[in-house]
Design a protein around this ligand. Structure first.
Ligand SMILES: Cc1cc2nc3c(=O)[nH]c(=O)nc-3n(C[C@H](O)[C@H](O)[C@H](O)COP(=O)(O)OP(=O)(O)OC[C@H]3O[C@@H](n4cnc5c(N)ncnc54)[C@H](O)[C@@H]3O)c2cc1C
Length: 390
């Protein structure tokens, strides 16, 4: 199938990783992106490439799948965490807890780095094209989150505060979530990440800003706000009709504990590319490489939901004397107890089936596969036909 076009919808990390893999395999990936550049949904904000869910370092994982770190990728291995009453705990790890990356369209962003690698591999990217249907034999749907499971609201700004990372816990700041401040070379990202009360995100963020300023006393210049949501509503199956491959957050392949979805996005894009190039079963690859950790993350979400403010304080006291990376690694390992909690989580956060549109003349991606599968109607869910692909 070397001269066959493979359509990839969405140029986020999952779509670009898929394009990169397919291009290197000698196929013809064409990426369609509705925005006019990669990373358009971000503002140059800093994110963390988590380094706690596997035994190997995340940079080894990236190198292992042939990805270069041709983007800003800075290890962070110590930081401060503040509990609901303002109590501080210093966090330590024996290896980087995460790697700071930049999102957006800037020259050092993760998105730009992946774009460069995909283009170098021979992929074509068409910007300003919103795709709602495709006639290609193989289509990778990489359109990002569809339904909010958690939301983030924040500011990016310039500051003279030294480099560092700080976490803030407390349901008055981030209901069932956390807030964070990341500072690197005079630039900072401060955000609240809420797993409840999304409609009050701004109010929570105002409190986070005040708390962070009172606690850390930093200056703020040239501030821009940003926000968005994440989607961990695992949607099985991940392949439809041997034709549509769902990757990244579009598939709900996202960390249910804290929303660290980048690794899942990149890895699932690579796995979809591999399934197409090597004629392998994508669903089986997802089960083998990602499902265990995703299940553990949902189990961890069930535990975290129970903590509330007094539990956050208790957890922080315990973390003060241990290697926090090792504790998180242990919590991501599959176990019988995690499976029980995962089953509870599945009932609380039900996995969603792909909806399908029922309009007879509609050839959108949902309709093409959904009608045959006989899944729920997206009209019944109040979704417009035009929204079907997203
Ligand atoms: C504020 C915020 C902070 C976050 N922080 C972290 C973090 O610290 N660490 C972490 O690991 N993760 C973090 N995440 C999650 C992470 O950003 C996502 O998991 C990741 O971007 C998902 O990649 P993706 O390729 O699946 O989707 P996206 O990155 O959303 O890319 C999807 C792309 O598809 C395009 N698209 C959509 N529909 C169409 C269409 N019909 N036609 C053409 N193009 C289309 C969109 O324009 C977009 O460019 C954060 C998310 C948010 C919102």
């Amino acid at each position: 199938m070397s001269d066959q076009e493979i359509h990839i919808i969405g140029a986020g990390p999952s779509g670009l990783a898929a394009a990169l893999y397919l291009g290197r395999a000698g196929l013809k990936p064409i990426v369609f992106e509705q925005a006019h550049e990669v990373g358009a949904r971000f503002q140059g904000d800093f994110q963390g490439l988590e380094n706690w869910s596997t035994e190997d370092d995340v940079t080894e994982m990236l190198a292992g799948v042939g990805l270069e770190t041709n983007f800003r990728c800075v290890p962070y291995d110590a930081g401060g965490a503040y509990g609901p009453s303002g109590e501080r705990v210093d966090l330590h790890t024996d290896r980087p807890l995460f790697y700071l990356v930049e999102r957006g369209s800037g020259p050092a962003s993760l998105d730009t780095g992946l774009k460069r690698q995909a283009l170098a591999a021979g992929a074509e990217i068409q910007f300003g094209v919103r795709m709602e249907r495709s006639a290609a034999d193989k289509v990778i749907v990489a359109t990002g989150p569809r339904t909010p499971s958690a939301a983030a609201q924040g500011l990016v700004f310039e500051t003279s505060h030294p480099d560092g990372f700080y976490a803030f816990l407390g349901n008055h700041l981030a209901p069932r979530g956390y807030a964070y401040l990341l500072v690197h070379e005079g630039r900072a990202t401060l955000a609240t990440c809420l797993f409840d009360q999304f409609d009050r995100a701004e109010e929570h963020f105002d409190r986070v800003l005040k708390t962070a300023l009172d606690t850390l006393n930093f200056n703020v210049h040239a501030a821009r706000s940003f926000g968005g949501y994440v989607d961990f509503g695992l949607r099985r199956p991940w392949t439809r009709n041997d034709r549509f491959y769902y990757v990244g957050e579009r598939a709900g392949l996202q960390d249910a504990l804290w929303g660290f979805g980048l690794r899942y996005a990149i890895r699932s894009g690579m796995l979809a590319g591999r399934a197409i190039a090597m004629d392998e079963d994508y669903d089986a690859l997802v089960e083998e490489h990602l499902a265990g950790r995703l299940k553990a993350s949902l189990a961890n979400r069930v535990l975290f939901d129970r903590l509330a403010n007094h539990g956050y304080s208790w957890a922080l006291r315990r973390l003060s004397s241990v290697d926090v990376g090792e504790v998180l690694r242990r919590h991501h390992r599959p176990s019988a107890a995690k499976n029980v909690l995962y089953d509870i989580g599945r009932r609380r956060y039900p996995t969603r089936q792909e909806p399908s549109c029922e309009r007879e003349d509609c050839r959108c991606l949902w309709c093409e596969h959904g009608r045959e599968e006989g899944t729920a109607s997206c009209h019944a869910e109040g979704l417009e036909t035009a929204d079907c692909v997203v």
